[in-house]
Each structure stands twice: as C-alpha cells, then as structure tokens.
Design a protein around this ligand. Sequence first.
Ligand code: FEO
Length: 397
Amino acid sequence: MAIKLVKDNIYSVGVVDFNEKHFHDHTYLTRRGVTYNSYLIVDEKITLIDTVRRGFEKEWIKNIRNVVDPAKIDVIIINHIEPDHSGSFPEILKICHNAKIYGTEKAKLGLIKYYGVCGDWIVVKSGQNLNIGKRILNFIDVPMIHWPDSMFTYSAHDKILFSSDGFGQHYATNKVFDDEVNFFILMDEAQKYYANILWPFNLLIANKLSIINKLNLGIELIAPSHGLIWRKHISEIMKKYHYWSSNSSLNRVAVIYETMWQSTEKMAKKIAEGCNSEGVEAVLFDVTKNDRTDITSYILDAKGWIFGSSTQNREILPIISSLLNFVKVTKSKKRMSFAFGSYGWSGEAIEKIENILCDFAALEPSVRTIFNPTEEELNKCYEVGKYFAMKIKIDEA
Ligand code: FEO
C-alpha cells in the first residue's frame, strides 16, 4: 500500500496483504485479505504507532521513508504486541537508535519474551500523556481487548483514537477510510472480526466503552490496526459494539449440525423448515461445508442456536465439537437453544451438547432419533422447529 494522508501530518504507512486468506495460522478465514496498519505522526517528536507483521518490514520501512527518514523517529508507541503488529519491531529498533518506546508493562515483558529486545522502554498506563509537540497523546489501557498488553492511544488535537485491534476488520484494500468502500461489506467484516476476536471479552468491552463514552472525547476518526479507518460511520460502529457486547440478538436462528449418514441432516432441514414456517429465519450450517468463523459471525447476534450431531464413540462429532468449544468461551447469555441428533446405540452426543449449551441458553428439550428418522419423526422435528420459533417471537415481545 502506498502511504496515505489520514489527517494533517498523520500518515497511514502500514501494509496490505491481499493473499492472506488463513489468518492466525488457519483459525480465521480472511476471504478479503488482511491489512497491518501502522501510523506515523510528524510532529516535533516524530511518532510511530505500531509496527507490522514480520515479512513486510521492507515495504513498511520504505513507506515510512517516503515521509521521513526512519532514523529520525523519536517515539514508537506499541499498542499491542501480537506478532501481526510487533513482528517488525526488532527491525525498526535497528534503525531508530534514539527512539523512546511507549507501552504497557505487559507489552514490554511480552516483547522481551518474543524478540529478546524492547528498546528504551517507558511504561505507561491509563491517564498518562505524552507531549510530542502540537499534540498530547493520551494512553488508555484496554487489557484483554484482546490481550493483556493492549492499549489505545488518543490524540485530542486530531480527535483520533488509535484503537489497536478494537474496531478492526480483515479487509485488504488500498482505500483508507470507511466511506471509500461498500458499507455492508465493511460492517459484515467488522461483525466477523468482533465475533472471532473480541466476543469472549464482551463484559470488558462493554465496561471500557462506557468509560470511553464518559470521557466525551469527541472522536472524529477511529484508526484500528486492521482494515479501514472509521470516519463517516463512527456512530454506527460504536452502536454495534454496544449492541454486540451487551449480548443483544435478533430473532433469527442458526441450525448447526454435523452428520455421518445424513440422518442428522434430515432432522436439521425439518427443524429449519419449522422455524421458517413461523416467519423466523433459520439458516442451516453443515459444519463440514462452512467455515467456523463464518458460522461464529452469524450466531453472534442470532437468538436461537440449535446444535445437532450424530454420536460417534460416545462423543460429539469432531468439527462441531470444536465450534462448541469456541461458543463455550464466549460466555454468551440470553440465547435460546436445543440439541438434536441421530444415533445408533446410546446417543451421548446430545447430552454433551446440552451440557455445553445450558451455561448460556434457555434450553428446550432435545430431539433424537435412532438411525434413519421416520416420516413421523421428521414431522416431529418440523413441529419442534415451529414451536421453538414461536417461543423466540414471544421472547422478543
Ligand atoms: Fe491483530 Fe491481536 O493482533
């Protein structure tokens, strides 16, 4: 990506990777690629915010060099140390001999552990400021949003919040601002990002958002470490973060299943038909044909979660089991759910699914069949789906 002016004397100098489709070592399907954002503020003290993933350091340093001589950087702010943002830190340290490095205590310890170096580090906390000339930068700790070291940096002079992984999206583009791309695609990617990266930290996010709101910062730009900068749609993304972090949901349903011989699948289809007959949209997800991160994105704000699995060796089938493991850590509330499945002997998978779901959902009775479901059993699945949808609508009222 060529360098882009974000605001007077603030440049986006990060890199775009259109080819990264399997972020986080294949745990996140990034269909639209990834950006690693880094920002350069040219003030009395030349300030760099975050680095980029290792492997992109040459392109990144060239971007910086197009604005200033990197050796003249006075300040490096490390908002977050995950390697997609810190991987090139050792490279920039070799160039910026006089730079002071600012970040949390945990960030310092993490960088030493990762790279054996941390430079001339100054530990900062929420409430502390750094004067870089015309600008005073404010640091805001955001531990576990989404790592213990995470922090945001705010420039009141520019009304920009440099939000690290917060408000990010995996969306590779040479554009810089939210209003330069399709709004619906952008919000879709923001939802997927929230669901897969931030969802387990809902409570912390809700608390931190309320603290930031009280600060009345008058934010005009939110510059995350991935994807587009929020300029036009700040209120929309803020509202979404409030909505997602408060476990709010729509009256729609996900019927998620894994099947061995299509018996559980036949049940899933009938359950979904029953839901749809009541006007509640039910989407079918065969976990072997859908990526886990897409399903997670859908269920983030779906009120009804219906999980089905055949039983194999007394267990839930492996792919849906891995999705349930993720769901478990979200600690979501206010959902409605039930389990279903076909089995040959004892059907333990169904109870095991219920044991996971009961922690965060109002559970309806399960539906089960032995081997191939009969016409009568499929009719029952339809009726159960219909009843479930009716309950969802009542709950909404
Ligand atoms: Fe984009 Fe937590 O790293």
